[in-house]
Ligand binder design. Sequence first.
Ligand SMILES: O=P(O)(O)OC[C@@]1(O)O[C@H](CO)[C@@H](O)[C@@H]1O
Length: 351
Amino acid sequence: MFFCHGGIAVIYTMTLNPALDYVMQPNTLDMGFTNRSQAEELHCGGNGINVSTLLNELDMVTVAMGIVAGFTGDYLLSDLQKQGIPSNFVKLDSGFTRINVKLDGIVMTMVNGMGPRIPEKKVDELLRRMDVVGSGDTLVLTGSIPNSLPEDIYTRLMQQLAGRGIQFVVDAPGQLLMEAIKAHPFLIKPNNHEVGRIFNATPETPEECIPFAQKLQENGARNVIVSCGGSGSLLLDEYGETHIVPSVKIHLVNATGAGDSMVGGFLAKTTQGFDYETALIYASACGTATAASKGIAKRTTIDRVVGALYKKMGRKMPAAIAEEIKANHAKAEIREKDWLGTKHAHEKEDK
Ligand SMILES: O=P(O)(O)OC[C@@]1(O)O[C@H](CO)[C@@H](O)[C@@H]1O
């Protein structure tokens, strides 16, 4: 699907290694034996696609970009189309987009695929397609990369687009992140475990992450969010201010995509002109809402968590966000009435 952004700021996401997330629920995980799953789900994933899914849910203008291959890639594209998310993916001539297995048993265990081999000419095609990204737009570079791509691919993408007034966001593991922050991205969002691996430490809480966030900033990142799961999250902003948001208690369903939802939530609110503190609170709510959902969170869940978070923090919700929640609520009620009306009409016809 193609698009024209005529004056509207677009949030592009780049997923170089997308995936179908196959979530299984085995009661046992006995190595060397057949384990049986009690339920399965299939979600289109890969970090950038998750960010776009969340942004689309919030009615933000987003375009998902990246590289797909094979029947799994076709499925992914048709799902994006079904959700109404514009996409611009380079298609490989061989291989297939990976299927990542998430074993949601006693302890969540994941086996992520390596991804297809990407020939140099396809990288060139992708670099050419990046020309659609323009001034005022945001480009989110996120997730691992297939190992046929060079470690500096994110830096190359940012260098190609430098000087065009584009805001870059990088959420990538280890060396990929350290390489990319040299290009001074607007935002990076590692979690506390990733920060720990980079600096050979074990920070658990947002407070313990502050010195590491400072180091990441010294290395080039402008705003650094560190998510710390149930301990909350930290933002060290570009003015040197630290913001800490606690977490709210939820029934954990599946945390896959929670970090991506934080990135989406933060960008939604900064793009709408909210301050960093408000954007962090909203981002945390989006991450929590996804952890409490099957797949990426829906707006009704996000709205509920936003309310719970402001209550826990003893803060008054900004009027604009309260208004937005009220309007969403009204829309959801109208949709529900429409749905019930249609259902009753069909039932009458059937009689
Ligand atoms: O293998 P990567 O690229 O590091 O991570 C990919 C992945 O685990 O991250 C997303 C959640 O953030 C999932 O949708 C996807 O399967």
